[in-house]
Design a binder for this molecule. Structure first.
Ligand code: PLP
Length: 391
């Protein structure tokens, strides 16, 4: 147990004890290679296939539609590059300006390789216009890759509608659903989405396990070749303990979905309202109506996110900002930039992301710590501001 008030669950989550317990035998005694023919190996194979069944049931698909990878980033790469490789003559990709870096930086690389990439803008609330999506599709569009919900703001995109538009044009559609499993209901069988990707560590499972869910009739070219694991779609001896943990974590995520959308949402709302009430310079970034139940992105006017995070950390509160510290200067988050959020608010933007492991008592405590930290920084700023010379 730790004393941290952990409000950084979109970065990663605490593992569920049941997941840890399920994994332990595969780190100790059940070490055989699941591809081995002997009975010991086959016992381990059975555990991998049970995890695949759990993952499939969580998404309402069949087990053969699930491919385990080495994390969310790798799952995104397999979904996107594996789709592109099967259509070498199509050289156009549609995406958004607010994707996670694992997609965003891949898009940059595709451009360097000669692809045309259309990045759709979002409005000031982080919303995407389906009509703009439709008009961005071209005859040689090889894939549209649009995240399900944004990791920084929690804003949800209408992937059902977008998937239908893409399907009507015969264009493969991928959604990075890393942030939505366990927070929104996902019935992959009903969704008009060819490829969905997930990461187990966002749902109280282990790090380093990703999932690609392939719709029936959707094909991929493997990006890692070698052994025949994962139906030849992802070579390499399986991370058995990780996969066992991921399967159970997916099952538990669905079982706890109701709690996530009620108790966790209520804690998030109470925290957000409390901060807005006590801190007049606080502004919520993003569409509050279509948003993940656990996330709030709050910009504190004219303050630096890094200073806020450090002060909160000293008081035991863990949160994040979307800013990247590059060459000493704090770059504003590309997501808030795409939303056109004023720099003075974007620079002081903090993402608070909750989970079912948070308690009301922690939120009470956070509601004391956050306003006092902001107050301290404002006072410091007042004392430090240079006197204006008129001479
Ligand atoms: N996609 C989104 C939306 C994410 O939030 C993350 C993790 O931060 C990833 C992909 C990458 O997942 P991983 O860190 O497991 O590679």
């Amino acid at each position: 147990m730790s004393d941290w008030i952990y409000l950084d669950n979109n970065a990663t989550t605490q593992m569920d004890d049941r997941v840890v317990e399920a994994m332990l035998p595969f780190l100790r005694d059940q070490y055989a290679n699941p591809s081995s023919v002997h009975h010991f190996g086959q016992q381990v194979r059975h555990a991998v296939e049970t995890a695949r069944e759990q993952a499939a049931a969580a998404l309402n698909v069949r087990p053969r539609q699930i491919i385990f990878t080495g994390g969310g980033t790798e799952a995104n790469h397999l979904a996107i590059l594996g789709t592109l490789a099967l259509q070498p003559h199509r050289r156009h990709v549609v995406t958004t300006a607010v994707e996670h870096d694992s997609v965003r930086r891949l898009m940059k690389r595709l451009e360097d390789d000669g692809y045309r990439v259309t990045r759709l803008d979002v409005d000031s609330l982080g919303r995407l216009d389906p009509a703009a999506f439709e008009s961005a599709l071209a005859d040689d569009t090889a894939i549209a890759t649009i995240m399900h919900a944004n990791n920084e703001t929690g804003v949800i995109f209408p992937i059902e509608q977008l998937g239908e538009i893409a399907a009507a044009r015969g264009i493969p559609f991928h959604t990075d659903a890393t942030q939505t499993l366990g927070k929104l209901p996902i019935d992959a069988k009903q969704l008009p989405v060819g490829l969905l990707t997930f990461a187990s560590h966002k749902i109280h499972g282990p790090k380093g396990v990703g999932i690609v869910c392939l719709q029936r009739g959707t094909y991929l070219q493997p990006q890692i070749v070698g052994g025949h694991q994962e139906r030849d779609l992802r070579a390499g001896t399986e991370n058995v303990a990780g996969i066992v943990g991921a399967g159970l974590a997916m099952q538990l995520a669905v079982e706890h979905l109701h709690e996530e959308t009620t108790r966790v949402a209520a804690m998030r709302d109470r925290m957000e309202a409390g901060v807005l009430k006590r801190v007049p310079i606080a502004h919520v970034n993003g569409d509050r109506e279509h948003r993940l139940p656990n996330t709030t992105n709050i910009g504190f006017e004219a303050l630096e996110a890094e200073a806020i995070l450090m002060l909160l950390s000293q008081q035991g509160v863990c949160a994040s900002s979307g800013s990247a510290c590059s060459s000493g200067s704090l770059e504003p988050s590309h997501v808030l930039e795409a939303m056109g959020i004023e720099e003075r608010i974007a620079h002081g933007a903090i993402r608070f992301s909750l989970s079912r492991f948070n308690t009301d008592a922690e939120i009470d405590r956070a509601l004391e710590i956050i306003p006092s930290a902001i107050g301290k920084l404002q006072a410091l700023q007042l004392n430090e501001s240079p006197t204006i010379s008129t001479g």
